[in-house]
Structure formats: structure tokens, C-alpha cells
Write a protein that binds this ligand. Structure first.
Ligand code: IMP
Ligand code: MG
Length: 181
């Protein structure tokens, strides 16, 4: 493998502990709900959603949506677009959007607006990591970790589609502006 192994930012054990805590909080908040819909944003949230869904015991459905906003690996290339929609009719249901990263905030802002328009019973967000500066102010309901403004990979997150299966959240060097190795 040409690329150097990303340095550990959040360890596997810290992720496991935090996911358990988040699940306990979500569990409490939705205690009265008949069912919740966990809506994972592909592809970055697939591992987070898998772990979160298994840590919960409240009745839950799982679905995925896919968006396009960053093209060519890590370069921002314009607006957000829904390229795969939910198969569940969310009207009247409790929806929890499960996302990997909050960076500019545009993705989550778009998703909240899009799904709010479908009149769910409730709409909240659960985000694994948050970077320091959002262009769009967004309140996250459930947050895993605040992280520095570095490009992170692992636990579902990628850099040019690499490193998704790393068990921890790591930082790639050099910076994403440089050529992909
Ligand atoms: P936002 O719309 O700027 O908040 O972008 C969030 C999306 O950009 C995330 O859902 C990720 O897919 C992607 N993204 C932003 N920063 C990173 C990173 O450090 N590693 C991997 N993906 C990232
Ligand atoms: Mg994403």
C-alpha cells in the first residue's frame, strides 16, 4: 500500500464507548415512540449506523439515502443533490438522520429541509463527528465527537474512497489538497 497509515484521532474503543452512550440517550429520548426510522447517509455513515442500530433496542427501521456534494474525492464541487431517496414514507414517523460528518453544514441543512417538508412526526440528526466551522448554522441533536479541521478517514469515512474500513477515525497526511497517493 502506497499511502501511509492514518494516525489515530479517535480510537476504536472511544468510538465504541461513545456509540453506546449515544444509543442510551436516544433510547431515553424516544422512550414513548412506537418506532423510529434511522436514515443513514451513504456512504460515510454506513458503519456508524450499523453500530448505532445494534446498540438501540427501541423499535427501528433502517433506510439509506445517498447524496452527491463532493466530487473527485475531497474537492467541494457545488451544491448538494439527493441521488437516492428513502424507500420509507416518512410522513408521520420519527426520523433520525444519521450522518458521518458536519463540515460546512450544507449537507445536513439540505437534508433537514428536504425531510421536514415531508411532515415527519419528528426530525432529528445524529452526527458522528463535527468540524469546527459551519457555513450554515446547524444544531445537531446527537453528536459523537468534535474534531479539528483535518481530513478524517476510517469508520466509514473515506479519502478518495480509501480507508473506509479502518476501525478507528484517523487523519490522513498530507492534506487533501495534495495529490492522491
Ligand atoms: P458538509 O455539507 O460540508 O457539512 O459536508 C459534509 C460531507 O462532506 C460529509 O457527509 C462527508 O461525506 C464529507 N466530508 C467532509 N469532511 C470530510 C472528512 O474529513 N472526511 C471524509 N468526508 C468528509
Ligand atoms: Mg456524508
Amino acid at each position: 500500500m502506497g499511502a501511509t497509515q492514518p494516525r489515530v484521532l479517535v480510537s476504536e474503543e472511544d468510538i465504541r464507548r461513545r456509540v453506546t452512550e449515544l444509543a442510551a440517550t436516544i433510547e431515553r429520548d424516544y422512550a414513548g415512540a412506537d418506532e423510529i426510522v434511522l436514515l443513514g447517509v451513504l456512504r460515510g455513515a454506513f458503519i456508524f449506523l450499523a453500530d448505532l442500530a445494534r446498540a438501540l433496542s427501541v423499535p427501528r427501521r433502517i433506510d439509506f439515502i445517498a447524496l452527491s456534494s463532493y466530487e473527485n474525492g475531497s474537492t467541494f464541487a457545488g451544491g448538494v443533490r439527493l441521488i437516492m431517496d428513502s424507500r420509507i414514507n416518512v410522513t408521520g414517523r420519527h426520523v433520525l438522520i444519521v450522518e458521518d460528518i458536519l463540515d460546512s453544514g450544507r449537507t445536513l441543512a439540505y437534508l433537514l429541509e428536504t425531510f421536514e417538508a415531508r411532515h415527519p412526526a419528528s426530525l432529528r440528526s445524529c452526527v458522528l463527528v463535527r468540524k469546527p466551522h459551519q457555513e450554515v448554522p446547524i444544531e445537531v441533536d446527537y453528536l459523537g465527537f468534535d474534531i479539528p479541521d483535518d481530513w478524517v478517514v476510517g469508520y466509514g469515512l473515506d479519502y478518495g474512497d480509501h480507508f473506509r474500513a479502518l476501525p478507528y477515525i484517523g487523519v490522513v497526511d498530507p492534506a487533501p489538497e495534495a495529490d492522491v497517493p
